[in-house]
Structures are given as structure tokens and as C-alpha cells.
Design a protein around this ligand. Sequence first.
Ligand SMILES: Nc1ncnc2c1ncn2[C@@H]1O[C@H](COP(=O)(O)OP(=O)(O)O)[C@@H](O)[C@H]1O
Ligand SMILES: [Mg+2]
Length: 299
Amino acid sequence: MDDLKRAHNTENITQTGNSELMYSVRNLSYKYPDGTHALSDINLDVKKGEFVGLLGANGSGKTTLLRAMDKLLKGVEGSVYLDGIDIRTLSPKEIYRKVGLVFQNPDDQLFAPTLFEDVAFGPANMGFRSKEVEERVMNALDEVELTGLERKSVHNLSFGQRKRACIAGLLAMGHEMLLLDEPTAGLDPMGEYKMMGLLQKLNREKQVTIVMATHSVDLVPLFLDKLYILSKGKIKRGGAPEEVFNAPEDMANIKLRLPHIAELIYRLKHEDKLDFGRIPLTIGEARREIIKTMEKKES
Ligand SMILES: Nc1ncnc2c1ncn2[C@@H]1O[C@H](COP(=O)(O)OP(=O)(O)O)[C@@H](O)[C@H]1O
Ligand SMILES: [Mg+2]
């Protein structure tokens, strides 16, 4: 039945080109040449304008999945549809025009001597005149808050600045879809917060659709519309963050924990039998739930 439903979905997508979906991954499996089963029967949808997270422990398959979505792997089983079109039928150039992949390590991505030259490389290669290239670079640098550092050597930028420089390089080409591999990994707590704020702004104000891999459970999910939990190459859960985080036992099984605040309220509810309705993810929500519960007790 499940398979039937999936087949039906797939048919719809190929026939009509579902305009709502930016990405649709169907029954995707992948084995590395050395025999490692990195992905098994992955199904996921990304709507246009969505901000989606892939959450999983190290080795769960996040990077492999992003690479498969960018058609960088050979011998993938199953299908990936980009804007309703099977990516097998798209050339690297056609994919590259629409989708930008940001590597986890900025040093694998940046290569030009100065920040300006690095960000300018993409649009210059796309054939824009130098005036237009300059405009695109300056706008992109403004969006990632690196204005003023154009002439600086990329080696002398901080790690967080280098991560933002990679994003600017893709924005300058006008990507409507970004795949980001652990954009907050290696940043300090304030850097992580700022990076998520920046991505949220790009998503909301510039309508950039974003899929990001992460292993951060406390901060990142607060910014996301939808979250898929990956474990050992399989998707274990998917949905809005508050739906996904309502089963701590499940999370422990896949080497992740609940966000701290959710864990506290979950324990108060189940172990101390306090009358909480829902499990909050933020301090603000938790505060409201605690006050509500106290008021109920007093009345
Ligand atoms: N080039 C490779 N060759 C063989 N196995 C790989 C390769 N890259 C990753 N793997 C394996 O595939 C699995 C998924 O890895 P990866 O996608 O990098 O996970 P994550 O990004 O979630 O840490 C792991 O078991 C990893 O060891
Ligand atoms: Mg990875």
C-alpha cells in the first residue's frame, strides 16, 4: 500500500511537474564503492520557500544525501526530482544554475586570493559584464554582512566569515535553492545564532529555499519549517520540529537527544506527572506552559 502510494506520488510529479515542490526524493538508496550502505530508501519533499533541516549524528548520511541531491554521486538508486524534473535528465550546468551546495569546510570551497575575487568568480563565469558582477558581489557581501572586507585575503578571514563568504559566492549567482552542509558546525554559540538568523533572513526575505544538514538539536530546529531525522542512512521521522521532538526514547536510539528545554518539560510531565499540554522547544514557550500549569494547580 505504502509503495503504491509512493508510486502514485512519483507519477504525479513526473507527469504534471508539481510546481509547489522544489525537491522530491523518492526511494533513494546509495552504496559507496567500498560497500558502505550510506542511504536506504530515502523519501523527502522540499516545498518552494521552505527551510528544511536534515538532523542526524555523525555518519548518519547527511553529506551523502546532499551530494545525491546535487547529482554528485554515480550509481544512485531511486529518483531525485528538482522542480518536477528527474535530475538524471539535467546537465551539471542546469543543476548548478538552480542549486548551490555549500560544503561543510569553507576551505574546500574558497580558492581565489581575495574575498571579492572569490565571490565574483561565479557571476563572472556566468558571463555577466563587470559592472553587473560588481553589483552582484557587493549585494551578496551585504547580505552576509561582509561589506568592507572585499580586498581581504580569504585566508585572513575568520572561520565564520569564511563560511559566510561561501554563501555569498552562491548568492551572487542568484541561486534560489541552497543545500548547506553543517553551516553552523565549528561556530561559537553566538556565531551559530547569527548564522541561523542570516539563513532565516535569506529564506524569508529573498525566498531562498534552504535544506541544511546539522547535528545541532538545541538551536537550529527553532528556525526550521520542517525537520527530517536521519539515522544509519534512513529517515526516521519527518515533520514540524515540535512534532519530531515528542519521543525522547526514539531520539536516544538514534544517538540524538531532545533539545534541553523539551527534555526538562518532558520529564516534568511523564516522571513528575505535572499537567503539561505540549512539549515546548523554546524558553519563551516553556515559560508560558509552566505558568499555565501552575495556574491550573492553584485554581
Ligand atoms: N567516500 C566514502 N567512501 C566510503 N564510505 C563513505 C564515504 N563517505 C562517507 N562514507 C560513509 O557513509 C556513511 C554516511 O556518511 P556521511 O554522509 O558523511 O554522514 P554525515 O554527513 O551524516 O556525517 C558513513 O558510514 C560514512 O563512513
Ligand atoms: Mg557530513
